[in-house]
Design a protein around this ligand. Structure first.
Ligand code: ADP
Ligand code: MG
Length: 447
């Protein structure tokens, strides 16, 4: 069981660092099978996921794992051995060169049974969205169509949308239901256009009773997809089928969205989710701790709720780490220990630690303009920081030389190699340089 919570904690951390669509695609159906001294074995749903996890996420996973258990050196990914409660199938598999795959009830809805109304906490911040969602789940297609829920990341949009889906599935199992992120919708549409199966793709989707598309802002600028989606939308709408959408902003703030889609989105119910207040954050923490059957000290709840204010997922992530700590140490955690745990979280490779920010940190440190460091200027006071930025990108962020060259105005990648070697060499004889680089990097890490 300890293994299971170890993996859950790792997942919670990773979820903070990658896009939701990527998380859903590659991590959601993974489970830990075993853990030995230096190795853990993870089960994955298919060989595609195995390949991606091995090639693209291995390093990230290990990094996060090391914070929990520094002994682990190796991860094996095994296809298959899951006893999943949920099998999420992205739109992509609906390609009609697999004729036996038809959208059907239960296992292919894309819904995760974990997200229900029962475990969704309501406060003034999400009251309206919750009420609308509940109404929709009671009479799909009839009250609010489409239902459009918007709010910032980590505040419960996906949970709420899925709760509607799960509720309808429970009450009316005969209904065709489909949950998908907009990202998956886009890849589904693109690949079926490529395979010339778009008509079938559309026909299939027009049979759906409840269509849920998450993070619709992702359609911005994707004209072809918008056009195809518009047709699906219209058919469903006219047949009084329920459409539920979410976005990180209201329809009018989504850039490059075709006017006709925008007005469709605005034609139903628009409900926003705001930020939970302090009391609600405490309630959320306590409910989640109870679900996991592990309580944490009262002052820790207070500390978490006052430190993490704008993201329920982060609250949950912190709580999970604390619970894991308590399980591994077999005692309650202290406030000081919580503080140092959280510090680690904030120093972890979060999304905000982008190449752009690293370059900004270097520019700031050497007191030059970001625009200059990215320019072609050959002035000495610019060239040096530029080389340092290139060095750090390579050394600390494992950026490739061509990538670095591209950032710096499409220079030849040998320029980046040269910069890296030059700074590496200088570092060996210049202690001040080493100190400066550490300072820059620390500053970058601390945001
Ligand atoms: P979003 O889609 O808005 O980024 P999610 O729905 O993924 O956010 O929520 C992030 C995490 O926080 C999920 O684990 C979810 O279960 C939890 N969560 C969000 N809102 C609530 C809530 N009102 N009650 C309980 N858990 C919540
Ligand atoms: Mg979401």
């Amino acid at each position: 069981m300890l293994e299971e919570s170890l993996w859950q904690t790792v997942l919670a951390q990773i979820q903070l660092n990658i896009s939701e669509a990527n998380f859903a695609t590659w991590f959601k159906n993974t489970r830990i099978l075993s853990k030995e001294e230096e190795k853990i074995v993870i089960s994955v749903p298919n060989s595609f996921a195995k390949e991606w996890l091995e090639n693209k996420y291995q390093r990230t996973i290990l990094k996060v794992l090391h914070r929990q258990d520094s002994k682990i050196k190796k991860i094996d990914f095994i296809v298959g051995k899951t006893n999943l409660r949920t099998q999420e199938t992205p739109f992509i598999v609906l390609k009609t060169d697999q004729p036996e795959l038809k959208i059907s009830k239960s296992s292919e809805t894309g819904l995760n049974p974990r997200y229900t109304f029962e475990n969704f906490i309501v406060g003034s911040f999400n009251e309206l969205a919750h009420a609308a969602a509940l109404a929709v789940s009671e009479s799909p297609g009839l009250v609010y169509n489409p239902l459009f829920v918007y709010g910032k990341v980590g505040l419960g949009k996906t949970h709420l949308l899925q709760a509607v889906g799960n509720e309808i599935a429970k009450k009316s199992p005969e209904k065709e239901m489909r949950y998908s992120s907009a990202e998956m919708l886009v890849s589904g549409i693109i690949s079926s256009i490529r395979d010339q199966t778009i008509e079938k793709f559309k026909a299939l989707h027009k049979k759906i009773d409840v269509l849920i598309i998450d993070d619709i802002q992702f359609l911005a600028g994707k004209e072809k997809t918008q056009e195809e989606f518009f047709h699906i939308f219209n058919t469903l709408y006219h047949n009084q089928k329920q459409i539920i959408l979410s976005s990180d902003r209201p329809p009018k703030a989504i850039p490059a969205l075709a006017e006709r889609l925008r007005s469709r989105f605005e034609g139903g119910m628009i409900a926003d989710i705001g930020y939970p207040d302090f009391e609600t954050r405490i309630a959320i923490l306590k409910t989640k701790a109870q679900e996991k059957k592990d309580l944490i000290p009262e002052n820790v709840y207070n500390f978490l709720a006052s430190t993490i204010q704008t993201n329920i997922r982060e609250l949950e992530g912190a709580l999970n780490r604390i619970i894991l700590f308590q399980k591994t140490h077999n005692r309650k955690i202290t406030l000081d220990e919580v503080k140092s745990l959280l510090k680690e979280i904030t120093v972890s490779p979060l999304q905000k630690n982008t190449p752009k920010r690293l370059i900004q940190a270097v520019a700031e440190f050497y007191d030059i303009k970001e625009k200059d460091i990215l320019s072609v200027s050959r002035k000495k006071e610019i060239v040096r920081p530029r080389q340092i930025a290139m060095y750090l990108l390579r050394k600390k962020m494992q950026s490739s030389y061509p990538f670095i060259a591209r950032i710096f105005g499409g220079k030849d990648h040998t320029t980046a190699i040269y910069a890296f070697e030059k700074i590496s060499k200088d570092l060996q004889k210049d202690e001040n340089l080493e100190r400066d680089l550490n300072l820059v990097y620390m500053r970058f890490l601390s945001g």
